[in-house]
Design a protein around this ligand. Structure first.
Ligand SMILES: [Zn+2]
Length: 295
């Protein structure tokens, strides 16, 4: 199976920076025997403009983001950061094309759900899912979409862009006390109490998927398989175990069966990035099992 990665466009960060840049390369090393990892292409600026405000794109392109904007983004601006961001979106577009032709696709990146129409924040420069959906619509490949956002942080950027869209349903399951502290409502938000464990989480997720799927039918689904609901995550506050996260992935993929599904990585901030990568590898294994069942 082909999957996509932008890991080679690795930005330099100051020592001690919280963004786990190393996880992307470690993941590619771990999975290269299981799948063929292709390099994500950068999307054209016109595709980004299907979703993002021109003025924001101009500031990003020219390196004119304000100090406040860069602080909100949490990453220092560089040409490489912009190139990497465009390729991260490109991986999700490529994975969506595979999903539409073969049933499922995966980007070993993306899930940048805090990027909105007119803001880039929370390590998210562009909203890969929203841009991909907009592009699929332009090409006449899909119209109605479901977003299942299981990153532990609420998907505020996706909610801003797709919440008012009658042909998109956004579901976000997240820690109630996590970033972002000012929410933009999704179609369905589940605010989970700190310390929520596997059983409660899986039961809530199953119920939420009932409601989300009732809003169908959908031409395409996006699954943000964040690794940050893990009990050891630094930014998480939830208490899922690694086997619990594997069950989460299996549950989502089973419930989305019959809908072309695009799986993206989203967050993961384990003190040792190898723990985040373990969770990402398990997600890929669930994707491979789903792909085998389809063929
Ligand atoms: Zn997150």
């Amino acid at each position: 199976m082909d999957v996509w990665s932008h890991a080679r466009w690795r930005i330099e960060l100051p020592p001690g920076h919280k963004f786990p840049i190393s996880k992307y390369g470690l993941l590619v090393e771990r999975v290269s025997g299981l799948v063929s990892v292709l390099e994500s292409e950068p999307v054209p600026w016109e595709w980004l403009a299907l979703v993002h405000e021109e003025a924001l794109l101009e500031r990003i392109r020219l390196g004119q983001m304000s100090i406040r904007e860069q602080r909100g983004l949490g990453l220092p601006w560089s040409e490489l950061l912009v190139e990497r961001g465009r390729r991260s979106v490109g991986g999700t577009v490529a994975a969506s094309r595979r999903a539409l032709s073969l049933g499922i696709g995966m980007n070993l990146g993306g899930g940048t759900h805090h990027a909105g129409r007119d803001f880039a924040r929370g390590y998210c420069l562009f909203n890969d899912v929203a841009v991909t959906l907009a592009r699929l619509r332009v090409e006449g490949l899909a119209q109605r979409a479901l977003v299942v956002d299981c990153d532990v942080h609420q998907g505020d950027g996706t909610a801003q862009i797709l919440g008012p869209d009658p042909d998109a349903f956004t579901l976000s399951l997240h820690g109630a006390r996590n970033y972002p502290f000012q929410r933009i409502p999704s179609d369905l938000d589940l605010d989970l109490p700190s310390g929520t464990g596997d059983d409660e989480y899986l039961a809530e997720l199953d119920r939420a998927l009932d409601e989300a799927l009732d809003a169908g039918p959908f031409d395409v689904a996006f699954f943000l398989a964040g690794a940050d609901p893990w009990e050891g995550d630094r930014l998480g506050r939830l208490s899922l175990t690694k086997p619990g996260l594997r069950l989460r992935d299996e549950l989502v993929l089973a419930r989305l069966r019959g809908i072309p599904t695009v799986v993206v990585l989203a967050g993961g901030y384990a003190p040792d990035p190898r723990d985040t990568v373990d969770i990402n590898v398990a997600t890929l294994e669930s994707v491979l099992a789903a792909a085998r069942a389809l063929s």
